[in-house]
Write a protein that binds this ligand. Structure first.
Ligand SMILES: Nc1ncnc2c1ncn2[C@@H]1O[C@H](COP(=O)(O)OP(=O)(O)OP(=O)(O)O)[C@@H](O)[C@H]1O
Ligand SMILES: [Mg+2]
Length: 341
């Protein structure tokens, strides 16, 4: 559906995107995350043809975006709805008129406009506010209007640029729920640009972490949060004070493995003790997963490793900086295979 490879983008002499690769399958929710100025919005604008690019390929439903004629670009943007942090609505017009606007532009028959706009307002839970002026709505309600308007022409893809950044956490949650619901119900492909990792963890099947236009991490969100590559760990500022003596081991718990059971069983079966250094449970989509860092005495390491291998656990041995120096290749494969969608 979306396939980007070797993408380079410059503004004058400034390189803002460097060798970007990403693939989004139909029906997937894909997150592009990074600090301010990372190049997230620029990447999104390359996708819908608002920005030209200098090298590489950007394909949407098989078409090279950079090669499209002006009419081809219009057709492309019809296939992609977009929502923004600032909503970009006509604030003095009413809710209905905002949603009906794209339909009217594309000369949809009047009766059809009425039906479609009301169907969309039902979908976003604002049917009873149809006559209210947008300026009188709350931020969350405005974004619901934005979503309804973005879906008016039945696009297959929804692009979201910091769509929840202006909202409080509770309202953010309800908008993310709505996006998830739309993804499931309509099979809509969604690309989300955000600086909030919470949004990615909550919603995105896959993610791309950008810094200074360069890819820091890319892949299935669950895999990345289980294996926590150094770049991702730095971004989320996950620092642990590791115990200097002994060996620090990060045990990872995918969704289907209970953390409690593993730790207590290991301690009991091996009849050894170990310290717990730290850990975290994350919410990911509808599940919980996480990791725990334990510290074992060096003379016990062989036994612990045998046990972890036998039980096919997912683990990493950490150096003093918390980087993985050794892990279970086979378990990494299993994580990858299991979470392919
Ligand atoms: N039209 C433009 N002309 C020149 N430079 C630009 C233009 N748009 C963006 N840039 C530069 O490109 C870089 C990436 O900007 P971009 O807006 O894509 O970042 P972002 O990750 O979306 O940031 P934010 O989180 O603040 O929205 C920045 O250095 C920015 O100054
Ligand atoms: Mg931006």
């Amino acid at each position: 559906m979306i396939s980007i490879s070797g993408l380079y983008k410059y503004f004058g002499g400034q390189r803002v995107l460097e060798d970007i690769h990403m693939r989004v399958a139909p029906g997937e929710i894909y997150g592009i995350v990074g600090h301010s100025g990372a190049g997230k919005s620029t990447l999104l604008r390359c996708l819908n043809g608002l920005e030209p690019y200098q090298d590489g390929s950007v394909k949407v439903t098989g078409e090279e975006v950079g090669d499209l004629s002006p009419s081809g670009l219009l057709a492309l943007r019809r296939k992609m709805g977009m929502i923004f942090q600032t909503f970009n609505l006509m604030s003095r017009k009413n809710v209905f008129k905002n949603v009906a606007f794209p339909l009217e532009i594309w000369k949809t028959p009047k009766a059809e406009v009425e039906d479609r706009a009301m169907e969309l307002l039902d979908l976003v839970g604002l049917a009873d506010r149809r006559n209210d002026r947008v300026q009188n709505l709350s931020g969350g309600q405005k974004q619901r209007v934005g979503i309804a308007r973005a879906l008016a022409l039945r696009p297959g893809i929804l692009l979201c640029d910091e769509a929840t950044s202006a909202l409080d956490p509770k309202t953010t949650g309800s908008i993310l729920d709505l996006l998830e619901d739309i993804n499931k119900r309509l099979g809509l492909t969604i690309v989300i640009v955000t600086h909030q990792m919470e949004v990615v963890k909550r919603l995105c099947h896959k993610m791309l972490l950008l810094d200074g236009g360069v890819t820091m991490a890319e892949g299935a969100t669950e895999d990345l949060f289980l294996s926590l590559p150094a770049n991702l760990r730095k971004f989320i500022d996950e620092e642990y004070t590791l115990i200097p003596n002994g060996v620090n081991i990060r045990l990872m718990f995918p969704r289907d493995i209970s953390q409690d059971a593993v730790i207590t069983t290991m301690a009991r079966e091996l009849d050894i003790g170990f310290s717990i250094v730290g850990g975290k449970l994350e919410r990911y989509l509808d599940d919980v997963f996480g990791f725990l860092i334990i510290n074992v005495r060096p003379e016990l390491l062989d036994r612990v490793m045998d046990y972890m291998r036998e039980k096919r656990l997912y683990w990493q041995i950490l150096d003093a900086d918390g980087d993985s120096v050794h892990d279970h290749d086979e378990s990494a494969d299993r994580i990858m295979n299991r979470s392919r969608r």
